[in-house]
Design a protein around this ligand. Structure first.
Ligand SMILES: NC(=O)c1ccc[n+]([C@@H]2O[C@H](COP(=O)([O-])OP(=O)(O)OC[C@H]3O[C@@H](n4cnc5c(N)ncnc54)[C@H](OP(=O)(O)O)[C@@H]3O)[C@@H](O)[C@H]2O)c1
Length: 332
């Protein structure tokens, strides 16, 4: 299988500087939370990853528990690396995380040094890598001293098993504290991975202020609200959709008539602007100044093709953002 774009793949993508670091991330990053497990079709996965890389998407985001079963997304990504991307390792940013339940007993969950460092070794084994580019604490653990969790990230970096440290799902005050400790340890916090979409706007408030102040990059996950902010559910629940699958994290009861009413309104707004709802939702995220990269999931190459169209869209102006926001609040 040949790559199509080859050397001009980087002309197709835009890159943004990640916080106060030397790393540029692609405007769109590729997440493997869903659609890359043992239950999914490997050749489809391989085609999507190859296509993404061919379009200049250099950043692939994983976690220890992605699957199902947990771990299988890393195993599958390791196979794709071996088959297709191994010669390009120095052109890739590969991230993984630990923080949610991964194995039984007291040491396979939360924020201990024991869990994070053992998990990182397991992730490297599954992907057959010597190092990941970014290692994240996947969530804030109030029961573990912050020094211990950040110390584990710093040790991962010092040992060479990770190049950068990141945090995910940390509240604003805890983000500030984590950044302070990591900086003291000489391994500054590169990035915060946060849920951010038209439906989840909390990050716009204090967290964005903290990230700007500390010059930490921000990557927005679930920017399409797992597919709700697309045309996926406008005519019911397709069997091959996330909500239609038994293992999907999006549940049918989350797709309420109230949500669908908002989605319909946003879809009409998108059409009036000459774009699809997915494009509107992604462009809304990318238009915020604290966002470094928009971290999408896709189940088909065609979805990725649509999402890549935002590269040709100018950022929404503050007025346009306001119009879109108000259309949302009028409906709620
Ligand atoms: N740090 C964390 O705690 C955390 C949590 C969640 C996610 N993440 C990361 O963020 C990544 C993205 O999350 P996500 O998958 O929830 O993101 P998302 O982009 O909000 O949702 C992805 C889903 O939207 C649908 N979709 C995408 N493009 C579409 C298009 N053009 N038209 C119609 N439908 C489209 C697909 O649904 P169908 O599958 O139904 O086709 C796809 O699986 C994850 O893979 C993971 O890397 C991190």
């Amino acid at each position: 299988m040949e790559f199509i774009a080859k050397d001009n793949r980087y002309d197709r993508m835009q890159y943004r500087r990640c916080g106060n670091s030397g790393i540029n991330l692609p405007l769109l990053s590729f997440g493997l939370w869903h659609n890359f497990g043992e239950v999914d079709d490997f050749e489809t996965d391989r085609e999507m990853v190859r296509f993404a890389f061919d379009q200049g998407i250099t950043h692939f985001d994983l976690a220890n528990n992605y699957g199902p079963p947990p771990g299988s997304a890393e195993t599958n990504f390791g196979k794709i690396l071996k088959k297709d991307l191994k010669p390009y390792r120095d052109e890739l940013i590969i991230s993984t995380k630990a923080g949610y339940l991964m194995w039984p007993g007291p040491y396979g969950d939360n924020g201990s040094r024991k869990y994070l460092l053992a998990s990182l070794d397991q992730s490297l084994d599954r992907m057959n890598l010597d190092y990941v580019d970014i290692f994240y604490s996947h969530r804030y653990d109030p029961l573990t001293p912050m020094e211990e969790t950040m110390g584990a990230l710093a040790q991962a970096v010092r040992s060479g098993k990770a190049l950068y440290a990141g945090i995910s799902n940390y509240p604003p005050d805890e983000t500030m504290e984590a950044a302070r400790i990591l900086a003291e340890m000489g391994t500054p916090c590169l990035i915060h991975q946060v849920k951010f979409s038209l439906f989840r706007r909390e990050a716009e408030e204090q967290l964005a202020t903290v990230l700007r102040k500390k010059m930490i990059g921000c990557i927005a996950f679930s920017p399409l609200a797992q597919g709700l902010l697309t045309d996926r559910y406008l005519d019911g629940i397709p069997a091959d959709s996330r909500a239609g699958k038994p293992h999907g994290f999006l549940k049918v009861d989350q797709i309420t008539p109230e949500i669908l009413e908002i989605v319909q309104k946003l879809d009409q707004t998108a059409r009036s602007l000459g774009m699809s709802l997915a494009e509107l939702a992604l462009n809304w995220v990318k238009s915020h100044d604290f966002i470094t990269s928009v971290l999408i999931g896709v189940s088909t190459k065609q979805q990725l093709e649509i999402n890549l169209r935002i590269l040709n869209l100018p950022n929404f102006s503050p007025d346009q953002i306001q119009t879109i926001n108000s259309c949302l609040s009028e409906s709620t």
